[in-house]
Design a protein around this ligand. Structure first.
Ligand code: A3P
Length: 312
């Protein structure tokens, strides 16, 4: 358990498995042995790199821009593979039976195994911890990976942890946790490089948050091509609008508001003013960071990426 070194700023204990920081999870071998289907589509990412954005894009492309169908909660359409509930919902319900719960999945793997095809699955696991049959590409299942520059990822992760994970330390201390690879699903650069090395596999598409910000239309087209979908120009325009920051921020199917509202009712939130779809800006991390940490991040990035062609 790692959180002893975290100054009690986090609620949950973490474990380290195969050098990766994970939340104490009951899954282990079940993840490795998971059956993969040919038409599965996985969105994989390090937390806070634009996962939700990329999931909504991928789902809408695969479903012919079915915006009616997209009104169903993304958590149901595109469940989180290694989801470990933070709250004991059953206990909460015993105490407050009239509470309206957001989607509650106590065992995400069973939930996913029982889904009809095609399945859409989100995971933050690094490539080396994916189910064996997904890694060895013995099926035609597809992986869309999204990466984001470390400083913005760190700032977004900080706000996320204040909002949903009980972090009450400073941003500076959070930068320390981030750059020492102490946070959930770290090490950060290993995560990115694990998928980057696979970027030329026919079953892997490697995307960047910054490219989605700069030219979403091109990313939509690349993704459509990757999953063999033909979208009309009109569909691309409609989807681009649906995926805009403003539209996503106001869309309860993707903006996590039902979960946040539920947490508010049980007094679980530390940051009671925050939102999940928060600011969506490239370069904000650097603006908010101390000059010392900008240097730490730059040197860390240089050290970890100098041998690869990946740049942010
Ligand atoms: P910020 O906290 O920097 O605003 P994830 O889904 O991996 O948790 O990533 C969340 C980040 O993606 C948040 O970043 C969120 O605002 C951003 N995001 C979500 N939808 C977006 C959109 N349509 N356009 C730009 N950024 C978006």
């Amino acid at each position: 358990v790692l959180n002893k070194s975290f100054d009690n700023t986090f609620r949950n204990g973490y474990i380290k498995a195969n050098d990766v920081v994970l939340s104490a999870s009951k899954f282990g071998q079940r993840i490795q042995d998971m059956e993969i289907r040919d038409d599965d589509i996985w969105v994989c990412s390090f937390p806070k790199t634009g996962t939700t954005w990329c999931q909504e894009m991928t789902w809408c492309i695969a479903n012919d821009v079915d915006l009616e169908g997209a009104k169903q909660s993304l958590a149901e359409r595109f469940p989180f593979f290694e989801h470990t509930p933070q709250v004991d919902y059953e206990k909460v319900l015993q105490e407050k039976p009239n509470l309206k719960l957001p989607l509650y999945v106590s065992d995400s793997i069973t939930f996913i195994n029982e889904l009809k095809s095609p399945r859409f699955i989100k995971t933050h696991l690094p490539y080396k911890l994916l189910p064996k049959k997904l890694r060895d590409q013995s099926t035609k299942a597809k992986i869309v990976y999204v990466a984001r520059n470390p400083k913005d990822t760190c700032l977004s992760y900080y706000h996320h942890c204040c909002l949903l994970d009980g972090y009450n330390g400073t941003f500076n201390d959070f930068c320390k946790l981030f750059t020492s690879d102490s946070l959930l699903f770290s090490p950060f650069f290993d995560h990115i490089l694990g998928y980057w090395e696979r970027r030329n596999d026919s079953q892997v598409l490697f995307l960047k948050y910054e490219d989605m910000k700069q030219d979403l239309r091109t990313v939509i087209r690349r993704t459509a091509q990757f999953i063999s979908k033909d979208l009309t120009d009109d569909q691309v325009l409609v989807l681009e609008d649906h995926l805009s920051f403003k539209s996503m921020k106001n869309n309860r199917a993707v903006n996590f508001e039902p979960v946040i509202e539920f947490y508010k009712t049980i007094n679980y939130l530390v940051d009671t003013q925050g939102s999940f779809i928060r600011s969506g800006i490239v370069g904000e991390g650097k603006q908010k960071m101390s000059p010392e940490f900008i240097k730490v991040f730059d040197e860390w990035e240089e050290k970890c990426l100098s041998k690869s062609e990946l740049k942010f």
